[in-house]
Design a protein around this ligand. Sequence first.
Ligand SMILES: Cc1cc2nc3c(=O)[nH]c(=O)nc-3n(C[C@H](O)[C@H](O)[C@H](O)COP(=O)(O)OP(=O)(O)OC[C@H]3O[C@@H](n4cnc5c(N)ncnc54)[C@H](O)[C@@H]3O)c2cc1C
Length: 462
Amino acid sequence: MKANQTKQAIVIGGSMAGLLTARVLSDYFERVTIVERDPVQDQPEARKGQPQTRHLHGLLANGLQIFSYYFPDLPAALAELDIFMGDMGETMRWYTHGGYRMNFHSGLDGVTLSRPQLEFMIRQRVLARPNVTLRDNCAIKQLLTTPDKEQVIGVMVEQRGTVTEQVRLMADFTVDCSGRGSRTPQWLKELGYDAPPESEVKVDVGYATRLYKRDPDDPRGRQWVLVTPDVVNDNCFGGAFAIENGRWIVTMGGWGGNHCPTDEAGFLEFARNLPAPDVYNIISQSEPISEIMTHKFPSSLRRHYEKLSHFPAGYLVLGDTIASFNPTYGQGMTSAAMQVRVLDQILAASPSLNKVAPAFFKKAAKVVDIPWQMVVGEDFRFATTSGVKPPGTDLINRYTAKVNRASHDDEVVGAAFLQVMNLLAPPPSLFKPRVLWRVLRYKEERETAVAAPATRQPIRQN
Ligand SMILES: Cc1cc2nc3c(=O)[nH]c(=O)nc-3n(C[C@H](O)[C@H](O)[C@H](O)COP(=O)(O)OP(=O)(O)OC[C@H]3O[C@@H](n4cnc5c(N)ncnc54)[C@H](O)[C@@H]3O)c2cc1C
């Protein structure tokens, strides 16, 4: 417990960003109340308000490190449930850009479990803190402010149940973690503020996911299997992760409307047509235990709160509410965790709650810049992507395609790539001389290799 703990905080939304935010606020506030619109059961579940959690979720190494910082018993608890954790470099089976990435010891831990299970474990730990409570089945309808509208002093809540009633909850500090559908832009306008400017890049990505029975002795359960596109004309992906309770979660999809069919035969055929056979091999040999579930993701969307000159005191937004990225790169939870670290550092240093928002938005924008640039840049490899293309994207993409190809055989390049992908190093680190010359040199080796018998052709069985 830290000093000046005299106040009440409210977190809007009890998904991953909301839970992590509540964890941090519990160090600074006397009471923290998470207000969640859905009914929440004491079990792993994918709720109506976060349907994406039915789909494959990877937690990047940086995310796992931050989660473990706030919940030090998490790695042991994961191990106890026999949830697979391993060195990412050693355990990946990742086909991309025409070959499998080389395996090597990366020093980065990865974990594969279902998103509902991860959230359940985090929720248990957050709610075990004596000053945190969850009010579920409660939707925030409106912000309450001082008469001059300069400060948020609470929220109007619609408490649902046998009788629906409106309740006023007062708070010194309120954080909106209600995700992409956040109503903060409208609420700000209603209060006479500007809504944040938005950046949007349309990708038309579709996900289709199915669960399968997994043999606990299947060695593929000690890997994380990914197949991602090779070239501009190849716009589909697939992934299979071993998750808790002896299951596989398999997700496939594509960009620009190339969505995986949801009928039995079409699902299998989509897997067969992926550029490598690993996902197909798993699903064609495993018993399905769920229906095929879908999710459409129209665009990456960023709200530039850092550009607002006027914002109410005692209020903040965090997580997907600020930026919701094309999920195929697996960055959302880690971005939220990194924003939460920033909030923690600002609260630790700030003498006044009034100064939190401007400082936070400035730093959170820097956190978001990196995954945003990576995702948006990569998505512009596809001709179907539309929106504002950052300058230099085509050139960078040509280089990163080479980075990807070089990672088939070059450990140094592969390690640099994994650091960036896991949001542990900024993308310019891929241009450091040690990496750059290996990437540029790779072309010659590649040409030689192509002239030789094709050793990297995907094989159709394991
Ligand atoms: C298909 C898909 C796959 C993804 N895969 C990955 C992945 O592999 N790795 C990764 O890191 N991230 C992934 N993400 C992103 C990840 O799910 C989010 O970044 C993460 O859930 C954090 O989001 P959040 O908590 O900000 O918002 P959300 O998860 O959207 O949660 C918002 C919460 O607020 C509640 N709420 C909404 N309105 C109100 C209201 N008015 N009052 C009270 N409560 C309210 C909702 O019920 C919900 O619980 C994926 C996303 C999608 C769409």
